[in-house]
Design a protein around this ligand. Sequence first.
Ligand SMILES: Nc1ncnc2c1ncn2[C@@H]1O[C@H](COP(=O)(O)OP(=O)(O)OP(=O)(O)O)[C@@H](O)[C@H]1O
Length: 496
Amino acid sequence: MAWFRVAAPCGPATRARLTAAGLCDADAADADGRPVAPDEPGVVLLTDPQAAPDPARLAERPGRVLVALAPGVDVDPWSLLACGAADVVHLAGDDLRPVLDRLRRWQDVDELVRAEARRAGAIGSSSAWRLFLRDLVEVARWSTAPVLLLGETGVGKEVAAHIVHRVDLRRREHELVLLDCTTVVPTLSGSEFFGHEKGAFTGATTAHEGAFARADGGTLLLDEVGELPASLQAALLRVVQEGTYQTVGGTRRRRTDFRLVAATHRDLRADGFRADLYHRLAATTLRVPPLRERADDVLPLFRHFLAEQRPGRDAAAAARRRPSVEAGDDVADAPEVSREVADALRGHDWPGNVRELRQLAARVAARHVGDGPVTPGDLPPEDRPVRTVTAPHVTAPPVTAPPVTAPVAPPPTALTARTPWESGLESAVRGALSAGVGLQELKARTADVATRVALDVGGGTVAAARLLGVSRRALDYRAAAQARPQPTDPSSDASS
Ligand SMILES: Nc1ncnc2c1ncn2[C@@H]1O[C@H](COP(=O)(O)OP(=O)(O)OP(=O)(O)O)[C@@H](O)[C@H]1O
């Protein structure tokens, strides 16, 4: 088990003991001065009552450092946990079992994360994503409790539910049933949940098995559980408590036994959701980190989705060859990404999370040509980072200067970056300013002024459309709209 490091303080005798127990390789034992990979689990053995572990080292590997206290050493465990320690254990004499047990658990969790994330096609190596997955597989494998997954839309809650199902040894051979609560129709009395008997209501021409029956033995994912109608919240509570349900139109209660995974983007405590049901669902609550907190995952995910879009990609072969957690093997045939595009992707805040990134990759794949890297022009105009004209820096005139009687020509507009699009915009803005368009108007209607001036600066609509990054039709439409008489705006100082 040479993958464990023992951080200082650790005397030679203790180190020898730990090495003999297989806890560290002699080589790696002295952590002082040696950089330890952030993800690597470790043990800090406190043998000296005066010495305290370095809080920075604990914070660097949150939840991955076990503090073991030698006999006679007493420290406040809560403050160590607050610094990021995973746990604090007292060692009795030479007995290293508590340390070994914890380290074995970590090893098992890491192996599960690797295998199951790969199997589920879940990409990500950022520390936020890894921390989340570790908690997820630990709960899924070593507890039977319901799991409540909190997270923004498109963040991967369904992907996480698949992992819970796979990791749960009692459930994985049975079905994972997905029910989107936004589609449950209250007027059918929750037939999607309970199933119904033939003739139970108009249109029930055959009997139908509901989600509770199909999930028996397996896992039931209730997606968007916050949208569940109030009448069905009470019914669900009873099923969760008693493990029995009754089909619509049926006469007897049937047993069912499933693991419940609920997902929502809402705070159920603040949203009129039944408190008693909430406490049942939220036995274990895990937050799926949004993509903006996982900047390191953006590029691997993007290239993975690009690879998926490759024309002629053999879907069956792709399914057999699941990507690695780090997306190392899957993206071998995906194009590289230029620095500008990479920066833009990493800098975006991804309100639609991984789904938004996947959709962007599909749009980019349609525009990208050849085997070269993805370049800025491969991003459709509406997906490009917005560049704004920065306000010119104006210095106050010296007090001796004559009073200004006429409008002063503004200094040249400063742009932060010099892409062709921005250079075009700059010349359009300059043209507008020299044509007498006021700064207020320019600020309020930059797009319109730019359009008008772009038309004026020559090259025709095609060149102007290219300059402005819009389609020619859009430009024609805007020009026609501008040509129509506008209501007079007394505050406007623009003349056209
Ligand atoms: N880590 C990941 N690796 C690869 N693909 C992912 C990952 N996370 C999410 N996806 C993909 O992103 C899309 C959205 O994921 P998913 O449906 O799990 O999100 P969600 O949080 O359940 O969304 P919603 O809130 O809308 O139900 C899916 O296409 C999914 O395959």
